[in-house]
Design a protein around this ligand. Structure first.
Ligand code: SF4
Length: 349
């Protein structure tokens, strides 16, 4: 029997095509999009303005494609980490919601694991098991607790979003489309290590905010921390960013995890200033969350404050990002579902 397709993750144009193929009235496509994306139904039978007969036809070929989290952990600071199954057998992903004043930010995953192998990141240590489909990306947006109250989405979860370009861009298209959530792209931030050809396309094809994982202004050192630097050098990434306007609505930020004795001395602060000069941007300093297998250690608070003050004195908007959800391993660089995979394997044996 042919596997059913998921409606969540289809653009209106794709739904129209499917409706035509099934011989349903044309206007059914907008009704379906409205039920799935705006009214957030989880069952085709809830689409009450579509006739029973047509719902049966739809049911024969489609599911909504919503799945609930398998597990939810809540941090003492209110951050929640959700575990989801994927369409890949025995592979899991995580999404995190972070409440802050009147904002609720969702950190979404775009891949199962990651190919980029950054040495400071637990996701990188999982290896790579596959791209998430647009359905699996959007399911995180729809299935987390308080989904209707989300104010922002950041592509900073598991995976490198530009390495799953088509599915991520389709998710962004749906999030911002009038027929779906009609979000402003300014509520969405994509964080990347800077896969150059895809970055160029992203800058031209979207107007979402951009965050670049920088972590060192020196190419040789960045290579040690992030092997992708060998292929996509930071100097070339910066050159590309100079071609775009960051002075108005669209925001450019750089993420800089601070490692004790590695990239946190005044020399690095000065090199950062040189590298980023002329770019209208923010710099987010992030405390490293150490894990047992890593020799890297976090910089101390005083060093981070001095580093921040220096960058601020040079005219950059620079903040030390508060750590959220560290107690449930939900903080930056800590997402990993390796233990779930192992547990599942063990149970199956
Ligand atoms: S930091 Fe990002 S790009 Fe690097 S391994 Fe982790 S998930 Fe991948």
């Amino acid at each position: 029997m042919e596997e059913k397709q998921y409606l969540l993750g289809m653009t209106l144009a794709e739904i129209k095509e499917a409706v035509e193929e099934l011989g349903l009235p044309k206007f059914t496509a907008s009704q379906i999009a409205d039920w799935v994306y705006v009214k957030r139904v989880t069952d085709i039978d809830e689409m009450s303005n579509i006739s029973l007969k047509n719902r049966e036809i739809l049911n024969s070929r489609f599911n909504i494609g919503r799945v609930k989290p398998i597990d939810i952990q809540t941090s003492t600071d209110g951050t929640k980490k959700m575990l989801f199954g994927t369409h890949h057998n025995n592979k899991f992903i995580e999404a995190v919601t972070i409440p802050e004043n009147d904002r609720l930010t969702l950190c979404v995953s775009s891949q199962i694991g990651c190919k980029m192998n950054c040495v400071f990141c637990l996701t990188g240590r999982m290896g790579f098991s596959g791209n998430l489909s647009t359905n699996e990306i959007l399911n995180q947006v729809y299935a987390v607790p308080d989904a209707e109250n989300l104010s922002n989405i950041v592509f900073m979860g598991m995976g490198e979003p530009l390495d799953n370009y088509d599915n991520v861009m389709k998710a962004i298209e749906i999030l911002t489309a009038d027929y779906a959530l009609a979000w402003s792209p300014k509520r969405i931030t994509l964080s990347t290590i800077g896969i150059l050809p895809k970055l160029k396309r992203f800058l031209e094809e979207s107007s979402c905010h951009l965050a670049i994982s920088l972590h060192s202004p020196l190419s040789e050192q960045r290579q040690l921390l992030m092997p992708a630097e060998k292929v996509y050098p930071i100097e070339q990434i910066i050159d590309l960013l100079h071609n775009y306007d960051w002075t108005h609505q669209r925001r450019l930020s750089f993420e800089y995890i601070m490692f004790a004795g590695v990239n946190d001395s005044p020399v690095y602060a000065r090199r950062l200033v040189r590298l980023l000069s002329g770019l209208s941007c923010r710099i987010n300093l992030i405390r490293f969350h150490a894990f047992p297998e890593s020799s890297l250690q976090p910089s101390d608070e005083e060093t981070m404050i001095k580093f921040r003050d220096f960058l601020t004195s040079k005219g950059f908007i620079c903040t030390i990002r508060a750590s959220r959800g560290e107690d449930i391993f939900a903080a930056c660089g800590m997402l990993s579902t390796m233990k779930n995979q192992k547990k599942e394997n063990g149970e199956k044996r």
